[in-house]
Ligand binder design. Structure first.
Ligand code: NAP
Length: 463
């Protein structure tokens, strides 16, 4: 895949970048290693000052950074600006919390004094996806740099300008050269970096295939990894739910980021008693969504990030219909209104789509739909809802709607996922750990757990 900015709204190739040569990668890793030797000895106060400055730069220039993201991957501009603000939030959270989270932890033993000390590991490689080009990187970098590590970023090939802008932010904020570097490289150059002895650990957010590839390369080198992979999150609505709020949230939870979020609600599992009304209201609200130019503040849904994503999604939808599923709305990219707008006619727009009555043996039940496509299921009771929710290989997040205490407890205990949100949509928050189980990956980002992933948890025993 070429490293390039291709505007998904128009199909225009805006800028192409050359991948780094082996020599250039080598000198950047040397710089990273040298930077680590200095950075590990800087004080928390110093790192805090730099990271707060990075947060301020993000806020001050949020429109500029937002436009870069919208240009490269098509998210609506308001969402892009909100993402820049959220990236500032994670910087501020770790700037303020890192020192206390990483303070020595005294533990009473037979020693005169024993405690745990958290120390940085060194150069950490982050392989990141295009869907949240700023947020995904900042939620890795803010804790990593506060812990005293240094970062090298291999961003997705379709967001090179976002990747370069992020490097520039850390430099302008005052972090010394080499503490955070963007490597413009192809995916096939990742294994050599994982194998390099200067790189101590790696984190990847992306598909299962990429995660398995990085995880096995790192495993061969006995290096720690964190993997944040795909999801097919259930959105369970029981009969006692506040239906109006549930439907409204269901639309947002599926459509966020033009439907391309790992924690988007993808399977709507609704109790029989309210299923017809839920479906009717969902179809109605889908119809009101405005598809169009993501730079227009009135637009709800922009294009998918690439033509490959559009083609794969459409194939999944067609396969569902061929296997007997019923189409309630959408499903045909040739009918989107942007086709008649000359500047957008080559854009990768996909209509909001709802499928229901998927046969029980449909392979699509096991798949992630990465776009504005909702799968709707009916269930007779809570047992069936939980069983269906757990019936995919994924285990990222889950949203469940009920007013009944006993149902709530069962959902919290029995859903196989890294998070359960009751009467709300799944979202990330710097204060809460984020991550999955099963094929959604392992390890955690954010919260106290996130910053402790890439540290040496050193036991100290003194007599
Ligand atoms: P992707 O193709 O796996 O790409 C993600 C990153 O991995 C990109 O930088 C990509 O580089 C790189 N990559 C791809 N193949 C690789 C390999 N064999 N070895 C090393 N690096 C490799 O994923 P995507 O399609 O961009 O992103 C969508 C997926 O990410 C979805 O499944 C979504 O659910 C998941 N996701 C998960 C989370 C989470 O927190 N759990 C968050 C966001 C997204 P190139 O661009 O150069 O190929």
């Amino acid at each position: 895949m070429a490293i390039a900015t291709v505007n998904p709204s128009t199909g225009e190739t805006v800028k192409v970048f050359e991948a780094l040569t082996d020599e250039a990668i080598d000198s950047k890793l040397t710089l990273a290693q040298q930077a680590f030797e200095q950075h590990r000895h800087t004080s928390f106060a110093q790192r805090t000052e730099w990271l707060h400055r990075a947060a301020q730069l993000l806020v001050d220039e949020k429109e500029r950074f937002g436009k870069i993201m919208t240009l490269e991957m098509g998210k609506p501009i308001a969402a892009a600006i909100a993402e820049v603000e959220k990236s500032a939030w994670v910087c501020r959270y770790y700037a303020d919390q890192a020192e206390s989270i990483l303070a020595d932890v005294p533990i009473e033993t037979d020693a005169s004094r024993s405690f745990v000390r958290y120390q940085p590991l060194g150069v950490i490689l982050a392989v990141m996806p295009w869907n949240f080009p700023f947020w995904q990187v900042f939620r890795f970098a803010a804790p990593a740099l506060m812990a005293g590590n240094v970062g090298v970023l291999k961003h997705a090939s379709n967001v090179p300008q976002s990747a370069l802008a992020i490097e520039e932010i850390f430099r302008r904020a005052g972090f010394p050269e080499g503490v955070f570097q963007t490597l413009l490289i192809r995916a096939d150059q990742v294994p050599q970096i994982v194998a390099d002895e200067r790189v101590k650990a790696a984190t990847l957010t992306g598909s299962e295939a990429a995660g398995a590839s990085l995880g096995s390369a790192a495993g061969k080198q006995i290096k720690k990894t964190v993997l944040e992979l795909g999801g097919s999150d259930p959105f369970i609505v029981m009969a006692s739910a506040d239906l109006e709020t549930a439907v409204k949230t269901a639309v947002t939870a599926r459509m966020i980021n033009n439907g391309q979020s790992c924690i988007a609600a993808k399977r709507f599992i609704v109790h029989d008693a309210i299923a017809d009304e839920f479906a009717e209201r969902l179809v109605h609200q889908y119809a009101a969504l405005k598809l169009g130019d993501p730079l227009d503040p009135q637009t709800d849904i922009g294009p998918l990030a690439t033509s490959t994503i559009l083609n794969e999604l459409h194939q999944q939808v067609q396969a569902c219909i061929a296997s007997g599923a019923k189409l309630l709305t959408g499903g045909d990219p040739d009918t989107v209104p942007t086709r008649s707008i000359p500047s957008l006619q080559h854009g990768t727009f996909y209509p909001p789509t709802i499928l229901t009555d998927l046969p029980s043996d449909s392979p699509a039940r096991q798949e992630e739909f990465f776009g504005p496509v909702a799968l709707l299921f009916r269930v007779p009771d809570l047992d069936s809802a939980i069983q269906l929710a757990n019936s995919t290989p994924f285990g990222l997040g889950a949203s469940a709607w009920t007013q009944i205490e006993t149902e709530r407890e069962r959902l919290i205990n029995e859903i196989e996922a890294g998070s359960v949100f009751i009467n709300g949509m799944v979202k990330s928050d710097p204060r809460l750990p984020f991550g999955g189980i099963k094929r959604s990956g392992y390890g955690r980002e954010l919260g106290a757990e996130g910053i402790r992933e890439f540290v040496n948890i050193k036991t100290v025993w003194i007599k």
